[in-house]
Design a protein around this ligand. Structure first.
Ligand SMILES: Cc1cc2nc3c(=O)[nH]c(=O)nc-3n(C[C@H](O)[C@H](O)[C@H](O)COP(=O)(O)OP(=O)(O)OC[C@H]3O[C@@H](n4cnc5c(N)ncnc54)[C@H](O)[C@@H]3O)c2cc1C
Length: 277
């Protein structure tokens, strides 16, 4: 969501207007799932408000999208929510998607590498807790290089130091682990490149363990142990069978918000009786 502001009774907004009456109309800019959820929350808290979602493109959903790939209609953006936490599932239920929620049949994933499908090693964003688990996906030379992680002096990041995830993993485990594991994982989740993503932003829990006492794999193992994520349960994830954009659409529609497409608000150049911040 971009540019949402709550205007209370008799408050002065940034552009100088005193709102002497209760707010009547709130504009949410952006019709991705965050904007839809914000509209939903607003209407739950303040049913007296009119809520309009302005979406710059021709469709609602943002990064939630479906497309036909090889004749199969499939999600091409986010496809699952974390069911371990209640927020996403509750929102789906409140939007009428309850019966459409499904859990994956398995949490195992495979990687097409070196000419075949191979089980994806357990990892924290591509960083394995145990170097031996890499045997199926990296070459022998790559495995030997990764094993240096246990021999190199433990890594510590100074409080004001940051480094890209790719550089950190390459330094400790070698280039192959970045290219075959970290890049596919982070590329999918953050739509970015491992060598351009800040380690502090993308894997803060891992960085927190780099206190000069752990190898990188040791830090990943410690994080996974502490979070109880050594084993994953398929019920921890949920997807809406109806597909990505439908979720955002239903969330918005379920609260009666108006959605206006292909509209990008400009900053008001002169005082107006409304504010879009
Ligand atoms: C390939 C991929 C897979 C992912 N998989 C998962 C997953 O499985 N589970 C998960 O939880 N997350 C996943 N994510 C992340 C998740 O999709 C995003 O975090 C989430 O969808 C972002 O929602 P949003 O509403 O914040 O932003 P967006 O979806 O980007 O929506 C922003 C909307 O605002 C509109 N907009 C922007 N500027 C303006 C403007 N000035 N005026 C009007 N409209 C504007 C845009 O057109 C867009 O529709 C994935 C992301 C990607 C790319």
């Amino acid at each position: 969501m971009r540019g949402f502001r709550r205007l209370a009774t008799n408050t002065r907004c940034k552009c100088g207007h005193v709102n002497s009456r209760s707010p009547q109309h709130v504009v949410v800019v952006g019709g991705g799932v965050a904007g839809a959820a914000a509209a939903h929350r607003l209407r739950m808290l303040r049913p007296d408000l009119a809520v309009t979602v302005l979406e710059g493109s021709s469709r609602i959903g943002g990064k939630l999208a479906v497309a036909e790939v090889g004749g199969v209609v499939t999600d091409v953006g986010a496809e699952a929510i974390l069911a371990r936490r209640p927020e996403g599932v509750d929102l789906a239920r409140a939007s009428g998607l309850d019966g459409d929620l499904v859990h994956p049949a398995t949490t195992s994933a495979s990687l097409w590498t070196r000419g075949s499908m191979r089980p994806l090693p357990r990892s924290l964003m591509g960083v394995p807790p145990d170097v031996r688990s890499l045997a199926a996906v990296v070459s022998r030379a790559g495995l030997a290089r990764a094993a240096l992680d246990g021999v190199l002096p433990p890594r510590a990041l100074a409080p004001d130091e940051d480094v890209s995830v790719g550089a950190l993993v390459e330094e400790r485990l070698g280039r192959e682990v970045v290219d075959r594991l970290v890049e596919p994982m982070l590329g999918g989740v953050y739509a970015g490149h491992a060598r351009e993503l800040s380690a502090r932003a993308a894997v803060p829990q891992l960085v927190a363990k780099l206190d000069g006492r752990h190898s990188l794999t040791g830090a990943a193992a410690a994080v996974m142990l502490a979070s109880g994520r050594e084993r994953s349960d398929p019920r921890e994830m949920a997807s809406a069978t109806a597909g990505g954009p439908v979720f955002a659409g239903l969330v918005g529609a379920s609260v009666g918000s108006r959605v206006r497409h292909s509209l990008r608000p400009a900053s008001p150049s002169r005082p107006a009786p409304w504010c879009v911040a």
